[in-house]
Design a protein around this ligand. Structure first.
Ligand code: EPU
Length: 418
């Protein structure tokens, strides 16, 4: 297994290119199933999750080929209806094929994802929405079997603005008979990006980016040619790294307007963030301050996917911050590993109290999930001495060559085989 070895204490300087957003790319790949032809996704990052979804699409009968940094997905010959346990357990986002398969072929059989490192993460809202659209949902042998001759438009009020749930239902509604209204819909930029792509495919969607989506179903959709939005979480992670490590870096190809709540907190932490225009953002560490409190919430609130990295930022310095996780019930797995590096953190329920310390010290730590791994890398960059982060496969699910990007900025970091 791969590990990252980091020698902390180097300043970060220079420019870094931000890749396309993993959480935009995955639903876009699933959306290719909605059309009987070849869709083109441009500028696709080399990520384990992208490979896994590619395998699933191939398992369903699609042809998936790399093309000049992008992907060509031909869904003309799709004849499979099943997302098997082996693939869903590796990546929960596999559930995104549910909506497209039911909408285009009238049936999908998808393994139930089960819990994961960050919480229970059920898909009941995806299923309730499909039921409201007339689908029959049967749960057996760990799979959900969803059937509908043709989905029909419905009014769906989501209990929680679930991201992949909204995406699944929006894709299903695009080919349903009549109008679907999704209330309390997720407003994440990735949902908006999917809507833009579906509209280019011929879907009729109003309200993308707001809490109410209105979708008039159409009879067929055409293949797309789409460039996904930049990854706001990769950008945020590198910004937090710069803030923590005496940084002066410029992100190239980043959308600051997707990171509003995070940037407010980063500035409170002392960082200087400047929009240079043309999707270039400069981040200078400035006068570092700890003691910044935050609560995660659905977009446009502070993203749960940046919680662990921001906690790493709060670990070193003076002041006490209270970080409250409101989206997932178990997303503090990084705390015990950060503590092994000398961080002073107490967790009580959904809140972690982080008392800044003068210095973190390098240690052997273990990655437990994707964003927790990023937090450990950040702590390693700021620590005194060497840090080894093992189980880097978690990181590789969602960051393309993070060690290469950080290395080019001046970090001393290398990948080893353990
Ligand atoms: N929830 C339910 N029932 C459902 C669906 C969700 O109770 O049917 C709950 C979840 O258990 C959770 C909350 O609703 O407590 C929000 O979950 P959501 O469904 O929005 O999460 P997701 O769609 O499974 C996506 C991202 C995650 C990101 C979350 C929240 C993708 C592929 N994944 O997950 O990304 O953390 O939204 O923003 O888009 C990551 O990239 O590291 C990652 C975990």
């Amino acid at each position: 297994m791969d590990a990252l070895v980091i020698e902390g204490g180097r300043p970060l300087r220079g420019s870094v290119q931000i890749g396309a957003a993993k959480n935009a790319v995955l639903p876009l790949m699933a959306a290719a199933l909605l059309a009987g032809g070849e869709s083109h996704l441009r500028r696709i990052p080399k990520l384990a999750d992208v490979r896994t979804l590619g395998l699933l699409l191939e398992h369903l009968g699609a042809r998936v080929r790399p093309d000049n940094g992008g992907l060509l997905i031909d869904a003309a010959a799709v004849d499979g209806r099943e997302a098997p346990y082996e693939l869903v357990k590796t990546m929960r986002a596999s559930v995104l094929v549910l909506g497209p398969l039911v909408a285009r072929f009238g049936r999908a059989r998808v393994s139930l994802p089960g819990g994961c490192a960050i919480g229970a993460r059920p898909i009941n809202l995806h299923l309730k929405g499909l039921e409201a659209m007339g689908a029959e949902v049967v749960l057996e042998h760990g799979y959900v079997d969803v059937r509908a001759l043709r989905l029909r438009g419905a009014r769906i009020v989501l209990d929680i603005p679930t991201v992949t749930g909204t995406e699944n239902l929006m894709m299903a509604a695009a080919l349903a008979d009549g109008t679907t209204v999704i209330e309390n819909a997720a407003r994440e930029p990735e949902v908006e990006d999917l809507a833009a792509c579906l509209i280019a495919m011929g879907a009729r969607i109003r309200g993308a980016g707001s809490a109410v989506l209105e979708i008039d179903g159409v009879d067929a959709l055409i293949p797309f040619d789409h460039t996904p939005i930049p990854d706001r979480i990769e950008a945020g992670t590198l910004m937090a790294a710069a803030a923590l490590c005496d940084g002066d870096i410029t992100l190239v190809g980043a959308r600051l307007d997707h990171l509003d709540a995070f940037v407010v907190k980063l500035r409170e932490a002392g960082a200087e963030v400047t929009d240079l225009g043309g999707q270039r953002v400069r981040v200078v560490s400035g006068q570092r301050r700890c003691g910044v409190d935050l609560r995660t919430s659905p977009h446009p609130g502070f993203p749960t996917d940046m919680q662990a990295q921001f906690m790493a930022l709060m670990c070193k310095g003076t002041g006490t911050s209270v970080i409250t996780e409101k989206v997932f019930e178990n997303r503090f797995m990084h705390v015990s590993e950060l503590s092994r590096m000398g961080a002073d953190i107490t967790v009580e329920g959904a809140s972690a109290m982080v008392r800044g310390v003068a210095q973190l010290s390098g240690a052997r730590v273990m990655a437990t999930d994707l964003r927790a791994s990023a937090a450990l890398v950040l702590a390693g960059l700021a620590a005194e001495g060497a840090t080894t982060v093992s189980r880097v496969y978690h990181l590789d699910r969602g960051y393309e060559a993070l060690e290469v990007k950080l290395g080019a900025l001046g970090a001393q970091i290398e990948r080893i085989k353990e």
